[in-house]
Design a protein around this ligand. Structure first.
Ligand code: ZN
Length: 391
């Protein structure tokens, strides 16, 4: 075989490899790795990098030696803090410290939710939603400071901590995360999530004139929800649909015109596919959740929804808020029926929804006090989201 032929095969192989790379880069990481000089402290930072994975910032810190978590004990004022200075706006600080048995993340004096991993003895990986620490998409400068617990008090001879970089700051960026889809899996029809302290609040029959008020209130309360939209109402309210997604809510399909599709058949597919297309056109997002109008469902409908990439989502708590009940009644019915993994059915469209809206703060407060955490239905079911990062 001539050399030329061999080369052609190699080139073809390379092209194939490139062509078969996953189309959706879910794990885009951006940001550089930087290293500084050793300074001899027990918390000697030798590398820091800032990337982004889907919505979350990923801060990776490498130390010269394996980290003893006690060095970051909050009780001894140990901490590892990252300061972010956006190009425009106030600076933000995210600090990591150790409390008995757990890592603690704080922004200012507030505890914030994130994950902390230690994939190797000298490596810490902190993952956090930048919105939780008040960071908006855009360019920023950042630096890290580590201080060992009890070090300052004892007047130790070695440096108490370290800084990265040694002087100045690194360049970084928070990318705009746009969710473009999600992937259904597991059971084709559900009415609850897995047993646990996570629950999902869902709103049907919008978008409506009431929806922006729900979005304002949910934002104030810090609660993500799932909105099942009626297809024919989407185009005129496209900005509301985009806001739902930008605010971190999930969007699902509730048929084109709220017809009873329980019997299935080709008309059901038309209703489902038309709504998928309307939502995609309005927002760039393709849903993976379907709520059958009236909860009318059947084997054929569930199969048709699944053929369109959708899980049929019923509910486990129904306060019948659409019956124009008093806010107090809606509240009572919800909190008395919620259990682990609950999916709560409410409405942001199809009629006057001020009572549903009025019941929301009380419902959130009561269920949070019982240890429940609100998540979207896709998060509850563990469905991956497709996210693209843009400048
Ligand atoms: Zn409905």
């Amino acid at each position: 075989m001539s050399r030329l032929v061999v080369r052609l095969i190699l080139v073809a192989g390379l092209v194939l490899a490139v062509g078969s790379a996953p189309a959706s880069a879910q794990s885009i990481e951006r940001g550089g790795v930087h290293a500084d000089a050793s300074e001899g402290s027990a918390l000697d930072l030798v590398g820091a990098s800032l990337g982004q994975r889907e919505r979350d910032l990923v801060l990776t810190l490498r130390m010269r030696v394996g980290l003893d978590p006690r060095l970051l004990a909050a009780s001894g004022s140990g901490e590892l803090c990252t300061t972010f200075q956006p190009e425009s706006g106030a600076s933000r600080r995210l600090c990591l410290s150790r409390v008995p048995g757990a890592w603690r993340l704080t922004a200012g004096s507030r505890s914030v939710t994130g994950t902390v991993g230690r994939p190797a003895a000298g490596t810490l990986v902190v993952r956090i939603d930048p919105g939780l620490i008040g960071l908006q998409p855009g360019a920023l400068r950042w630096s890290v400071f580590a201080r060992a617990a009890g070090c300052a008090a004892t007047g130790a001879q070695v440096p108490c901590g370290d800084r990265a970089p040694d002087s100045g700051s690194y360049a970084g960026r928070v990318w705009r995360a746009a969710v473009t889809g999600c992937t259904a899996g597991g059971a084709a029809q559900v009415s609850t999530g897995p047993r646990g302290k996570r629950i999902a609040l869902t709103y049907d029959d919008g978008p409506s004139i009431y929806t922006p008020r729900f979005l304002d209130e949910l934002k104030r309360l810090g609660v993500p929800a799932t909105f099942f939209l009626i297809g024919r109402q989407v185009a005129a309210n496209a900005a509301i649909v985009r806001r739902m997604l930008a605010d971190g809510h999930m969007v699902g399909n509730h048929s084109w015109n709220h017809a009873d599709l329980g019997g299935g058949g080709p008309a059901a597919t038309t209703q489902i596919a038309g709504t998928q297309e309307a939502i995609r056109r309005a927002s760039g997002f393709t849903p993976c959740l379907f709520r059958p109008p009236y909860g009318a469902t059947g084997h054929d409908l569930v199969a048709r929804a699944r053929d369109n990439g959708l899980t049929s989502v019923l509910w486990s708590v129904d306060p019948s808020d659409w019956q124009s009940l008093a806010a107090g009644t809606i509240f009572q019915r919800v909190v008395s029926h919620v259990g682990p993994g609950a999916i709560i059915l409410e409405h942001d469209g199809g009629g006057v929804r001020t009572q549903t809206l009025g019941a929301l703060p009380q419902i959130v407060a009561a269920l949070r006090s019982r240890g429940y955490r609100f998540v979207t239905v896709t998060a509850l079911l563990g469905y991956p989201e497709r996210v693209t990062l843009r400048r």
